[in-house]
Design a protein. Structure first.
Length: 323
């Protein structure tokens, strides 16, 4: 049987209400059955996610992997990756969807440009409202060096655009181990994953499409939870700092990584702090302090340049404990 053009990986948990729309959008991607491989990991769902997936077994080249107990999104994606056979690989959440032909555009771009990965814009869908989120790169439709788009530290760059489902990735990246997620991370798993792409991949491109629809406010999304899982951004960035410390040639990116970390820390405190228990909030504070102590105080000071008068007072109590 011919090798599929693309494998789409979907990690699904309790997605009965939404995954039907997700899979229907894949039916409308202008691929023959053998060209599109869809791998769904049903990760310990307690609703009828399996039943909805089963309705598409004859409409798609569909592989379902069932986990009796949830093993987390990172492990689910890694399991699906091991089963994937496509020339290219992409990811789609079980509550999001593609406009017709979107995936064909992405496979055409990565093949035509001959790059390791391609990233694209997406639409944030909130009820009837639509908002375009653009990839923070002005150069489109051309092969680029991933390391050239990590800096500057005080502006939005491609490492601030980490969602795995905004990209399509070559088979060679999987063979090099660049598509494996850290199974210990329940959230923020795509941050070190994306940093590694920009540090180790050879080429990438950005294309100007708006056919990827992200459903904001889904109750099944981990971005909506307010518990200890949200603290996984701390070990996620410890791994980023470890990557940079391992190679002196990468030290120039430390300010950017610290800036990333502090921005997420600010977001957690402002948007989730009031919903955290005292124990979780203390773990946040201790974890942030210990992580920042692993980098030099001069790097932190430089990263805080132009951080904003509104944001600085929020994180200052933690930063002062580092100094």
């Amino acid at each position: 049987m011919p090798t599929p053009v693309v494998s789409v990986i979907i990690a699904a948990k309790d997605a009965e209400a939404t995954i039907g729309g997700t899979l229907t959008s894949l039916v409308n991607q202008d691929f023959a059955a053998h060209e599109l491989e869809v791998i769904v990991v049903n990760d310990g769902s307690t609703d009828d996610t399996a039943g909805v997936i089963g309705e598409y077994s004859e409409r798609l080249n569909l592989i379902e992997i069932h986990n009796a107990d949830s093993r987390g999104v990172s492990t689910a994606r890694n399991t699906a990756l091991e089963a994937a056979t496509g020339q290219t690989i992409t990811y789609l959440d079980a509550d999001d969807w593609y406009a017709p032909g979107h995936l064909r555009s992405l496979t055409g771009a990565i093949t035509g440009l001959g790059v390791d990965f391609v990233k694209t814009n997406y639409l944030i869908v909130n009820g009837f409202n639509r908002k375009l989120r653009r990839a923070p790169c002005a150069q489109h439709n051309t092969a680029l060096n991933p390391r050239d788009f990590i800096l500057p530290h005080d502006a939005s760059t491609m490492v601030d655009f980490p969602e795995c489902w905004t990209g399509i990735y070559s088979r060679s990246m999987a063979e090099r181990g660049l598509l494996d997620f850290d199974p210990s991370l329940r959230t923020c798993e795509d941050r070190p994953w994306t940093w590694r792409h920009h540090l180790e991949a050879d080429s990438f491109a950005v294309v100007d499409t708006a056919g990827l629809c992200y459903r904001k406010g889904s109750t099944t999304s981990l971005t909506a939870v307010f518990d200890e899982r949200q603290l996984d951004f701390i070990p996620a960035f410890r791994s980023v700092f470890a990557m940079l410390e391992a190679d002196p040639g990468l030290r120039r990116f430390e300010q950017k990584a610290v800036r990333n970390f502090l921005s997420i820390l600010y977001f957690q405190i402002v948007n989730r702090g009031s919903s955290m228990s005292r124990a979780v909030r203390e773990k946040l504070n201790i974890g942030a302090v210990n992580t920042l102590r692993s980098v030099g105080g001069d790097v932190i000071d430089l990263a805080l340049a132009n951080f904003g008068e509104r944001r600085l007072p929020v994180i200052d109590p933690i930063v002062r404990r580092v100094r």
